[in-house]
Design a protein around this ligand. Structure first.
Ligand code: AMP
Length: 447
């Protein structure tokens, strides 16, 4: 099948040609006809599968080929959970609008509100936004969505994890008319709130599912090394980095303090290194991502702020210096390599503190990893035994439990029972959720 088999405007086909893209991917083959038909869509598809064009092409086709419902309101609104993802979608969109007279605008948290209000007053046809900031502009009446024809929610599961349900509902309400079409994309449909919000936002959607979220990309070679402690981890890391030539490397750490420390260490070892964490100002984050994507550094050390969707074609190795707290995040992290059909490697360093998370990843993927070793750096650690339920693990713990008052139970579970502590601090500036006071954030896994 070719893109020319869809009835797409010539200008869009020319843009695709310029992008070097000719054959649709599976998600595109299945989603574009639904998008073009005007029906609602609920799609799940693994990361890096070409989702962005699966919704941008029908969106552009609609704008080009039909008359606007309103002269002033945006015709298409695309919502994404993070600024990085929104920026990435916007850059693909710009390639498509380049050949046309239509105006696209990006509205992100962390950027100047008044400038955004002025840009909205120039009546863009397509808006790409993070939901928190867009909802703020709606409240201030800087835009109206009565004429919205197409609402697109990308990475909807992540938007819900970040606590954006209320904003999504407000946006839905503002665009509540019969002629609106909605396309919802989610990495997983196996998510407590997704079906709830889909029932509210979508009308008899067509379901498209391309590969479950726990299906691994076969182009990624995954290895696991056990480590005794932080020092051992760092030695392994340096050895692995020096052992083979890699194009670009992303290293994921659990905390922002680790990110900075590790980046400094690697720079001392002579690697060109950047570090990125959610606490940086948006302009600094944009600059870091921009430089890294242009190949100015070989290594990016980051927290999960960079685990989703980012399309960095030269990343040939992903290293989990710490295992992610949420097993699903593992798939997103390693999905930063082997983009668009290339091959890649993923290495996980698993110490005693990572053990439980590592087990969760294995459960999630339904596989047991073989363990790799490097001569001279063999670990003593060989895994932890499961603790017997209900009994304190050691005599010391038993003594502590007698003297310490019981901790109040966490009230931060999400509906699907995931522990929100690890998802709330997540994004990235404009998430509306409860945050811990700054002073306690220092060593909490943030993204
Ligand atoms: P996405 O999943 O939308 O982030 O896309 C992942 C990467 O695949 C991006 O670099 C796209 O430019 C690329 N891509 C999207 N569609 C196609 C296609 N039909 N053929 C080849 N590459 C594609």
């Amino acid at each position: 099948m070719q893109f020319s088999d869809f009835s797409l405007d010539k200008r869009l086909l020319t843009s695709l040609e310029h992008m070097g893209i000719d054959k649709p991917t599976e998600i595109q083959e299945q989603s574009i006809p639904v998008g073009l038909s005007g029906k609602d869509l609920m799609a799940s598809s693994k990361t890096g599968s070409g989702k962005t064009l699966a919704f941008l092409l029908p969106a552009m086709q609609r704008i080009i080929s039909t008359k606007a419902l309103s002269k002033r309101d945006p015709r298409v609104l695309i919502l994404l959970p993070t600024r990085e993802l929104a920026t990435q979608v916007y850059s693909q969109l710009r390639l498509l609008v380049a050949n046309t007279q239509y105006k696209a605008l990006k509205i992100l948290g962390g950027e100047n509100f008044n400038d955004q209000a002025k840009a909205l007053a120039r009546d863009p046809h397509i808006v790409v936004a993070t939901p928190g900031r867009l909802a703020d502009h709606l409240k201030q009446r800087h835009l109206y969505l009565n004429g919205l024809e197409l609402l697109i929610l990308d990475e909807a599961d992540r938007m819900l994890d970040l606590g954006f349900a209320e904003q999504l509902r407000a946006i839905n309400q503002a665009a509540d008319h019969k002629r609106r079409q909605t396309l919802m994309f989610s990495a997983t449909l196996d998510h407590g709130e997704i079906n709830e919000i889909a029932a509210e936002l979508l009308k008899e959607p067509v379901h498209v599912s391309i590969g479950a979220s726990n299906v691994e990309n076969q182009d990624i070679t995954q290895k696991v090394y056990l480590c005794d402690n932080l020092g051992h981890k760092e030695k392994l890391l340096l050895t692995l980095l020096k052992q083979e030539q890699h194009k670009q490397v992303i290293i994921f750490t659990a905390t922002r303090s680790d990110t900075d420390r590790l980046a400094t260490k690697l720079a001392d070892e002579g690697f060109t290194t950047a570090s990125l964490s959610g606490e940086l100002k948006q302009s600094a984050r944009n600059q870091i991502m921009d430089q890294f994507s242009r190949g100015q550094q070989q290594i990016l050390v980051t927290t999960d702020v960079a685990s989703r969707g980012l399309d960095l074609l030269n990343v040939s190795l992903v290293i989990n210096f710490d295992m992610p707290k949420l097993a699903e995040e593992y798939i997103h992290r390693i999905g930063r390599t082997a983009r668009a059909g290339a091959k890649g490697d993923a290495i996980s360093l698993v110490g005693p503190k990572d053990w439980d998370n590592f087990k969760q990843v294995q459960l999630f993927l339904r596989r047991t990893f073989e363990l790799s070793e490097i001569a001279g750096l063999k670990p003593k650690f060989s895994g932890l035994k499961a603790k017997p339920k209900g009994k304190p693990a050691t005599a010391k713990k038993a003594a502590q439990n007698k003297t310490r008052p019981a901790k109040p139970k966490s009230t931060t579970k999400t509906k699907d029972n995931r522990d929100k502590r690890f998802i709330t601090g997540v994004d990235i500036g404009d998430a509306p959720m409860l945050r811990k006071p700054k002073s306690t954030l220092q060593d909490t896994p943030e993204e």
